[in-house]
Design a protein around this ligand. Structure first.
Ligand code: FES
Length: 117
């Protein structure tokens, strides 16, 4: 797999996020008009889905289960209880769509376990 269009721009407005199945569950977040990010959808604390979390103004995402906070550019947890980073993937906006390449992981985070539910 390489670059894959996961959404038209009009499907995902600024501040919105969506879950995409790319073999791994991927959370795509449109941060700004011209910027989107893609991270693994699984919280590294107790494997809950991050796409139901809360986007913050500093481009971090808070897990809805126990409030772990992850920087969406680096994947690094910036708020406990999570201590391990989430994988971050190559993501771009081009030709009116959001593209993700899950073969291009941008950090060295381990792939989290899939959600148990
Ligand atoms: S599962 Fe995300 S903070 Fe616990």
């Amino acid at each position: 797999m390489a670059w894959e269009a996961v959404a038209d721009l009009d499907q995902l407005e600024e501040g919105d996020m969506m879950l995409v199945d790319m073999g791994e569950p991927i959370c795509v977040v449109r941060l700004y008009e011209d910027e989107a990010v893609a991270v693994h959808n699984t919280c590294t604390h107790q494997q809950q889905p991050l796409n139901e979390g809360y986007l913050q103004e500093d481009d971090s995402l808070i897990c809805p289960a126990h409030n772990s906070r992850f920087d969406l550019h680096s994947g690094i947890p910036t708020g406990v209880p999570a201590v391990d980073p989430i994988p971050v993937y190559a993501c771009k906006i081009e030709d009116g769509a959001i593209w993700v390449d899950v073969e291009q992981q941008l950090n060295d985070a381990a792939i989290p376990h899939k959600p148990f539910h």
